[in-house]
Design a protein around this ligand. Sequence first.
Ligand code: AMP
Length: 538
Amino acid sequence: MRGMMMDYPLTLQHFLERNRRLFGSKRIVSRTKSGLHRYSCADYVRRVDRLANALKSLGVGHGDRIGTLAWNTYRHLELYFAVPCMGAVLHTINLRLSPEHIAFIVNDAGDRLLVVDHEILPLVERIRPALTTVDQIIVMSDEPDLSDDFLDYEALLAAASDEFIWPELDENAAAGICYTSGTTGNPKGVVYSHRALYLHSMGIAQVDNLGLSESDRVLPVVPMFHANAWGLVHTAVAVGADQILPGPAPTPADILSLIESERVTISAGVPTVWIGALAEIRRGERQYDLSSLRTIAIGGSAPPPSLIEAYRREISVPILHAWGMTETTPVASVCRIKTTMLNLSEEERFDILTKQGPAVMGVDLTIVDDAGNEVPWDGVSFGEIVVRGPWITAGYLHTDTPDRFINGWFRTGDVATIDPEGYVQIVDRTKDLVKSGGEWISSVELEGKIMGHPDVLEAAVIAIPDEMRGERPLALVVARPGATLSKDDILEHLRPQVDRFALPDDVVFIEEVPKTSVGKFDKKVLRERHSTSRNLAR
Ligand code: AMP
């Protein structure tokens, strides 16, 4: 017997229409060069309609790819809905990638149109000769002063009607594309369906996930070009939350000022953002009222436990630790303490909060060995995380990668343990683990512990070749401004906390840890710079 429910398509159109009907007076605030831009959701959806008409008049049709090179702004948010809801595909491009990678992915995605922030025009001019599929470039600017080579976003909207009849869409049609940040080789395209984005947003709104709701004022620091801004902006439109968009290259002071002035309730970003914000708060030159925050979601790389602790103790803001990838839309696990664990000691509960947490509802997750056999959930044995579910990718655009799948599961490349309660703890990326004399050493664990030293701002650990033991860990440390730190200080700090074989062979002090295009520690660059730096400490 078949179920008798309607075959109602799960598309982003439902979110847009829900916002139009229910949340016209909610607010969208964007930081711009000339101050804060504010408008209501009623204005927002009207401009989304105009934008769809404008794009249609330029010939954009079903399945056409529209690339964006843009920060988190209200105009980018307009594109986030107009493009997929009219049946086209929004390709959000990471503007921090190298020009060569950007040109590669625009061509690979087959973008017909590019829509770019005015400040990004010099980059666009540079890559333009290499673009093979782009017909036109639209520029989003407050002060249009454009050559005839470009179309002006605001002029297009002004000329368009604000009534648009949205077409019927298949829920499995492509809605968006993001490329992975590509630490090896060229970036690979992940193509999201409407259905995946819809179900992922339903997930984000669950109380045991990020619990996004109408009462929130959301500040996504995570860029809209990185894994759909972790689904926050789609979900905010659906649930009617206010949105605070931080605009071009926000500094820690910009982020803290927005939280204060806009009474933000939830923000999200990679650990380096919150390390920077903490340093700004501790500098103490300005006091920030952060009392409106109910939580900060952190993911993208492992936050050092000392960071989670500092936010709890010094700022009274609980950190919500989440894990995911571009390929998982991205949120796949969120760490919340189960009520059955409330009798644990404060220290035990804190240890749990540093883990990546159980899989969210909708994602099936386990760990496997190289042959694909499940590894026990005993909190000690580790294996590669594999996932499956309606918002997990089934492949990459134009690239055949059978090695990324095993028995119908997606292989994440992350190595983890899972405890009997189902809490995932990432040990490393497969390629970042240090294999020393047959023992595995977790660079993530060492980094977290080193960053627990009060005079350390940032620390990264890489494997360096070693004749005797294959590989050994090398610690690269950034001291807090004004602090004097020695190698012995770091090693003495670590000695009581880690096994002897895991103590780094050397500690090198550096000015800054290089970051990837999405703000994570760039271990590839560190390996290139430091793989020959050896000076045995023991
Ligand atoms: P991206 O596709 O750029 O978002 O990168 C995804 C990768 O970031 C994952 O495969 C992990 O290696 C890493 N990552 C994401 N969230 C976390 C986390 N909470 N802890 C540790 N690593 C993480």
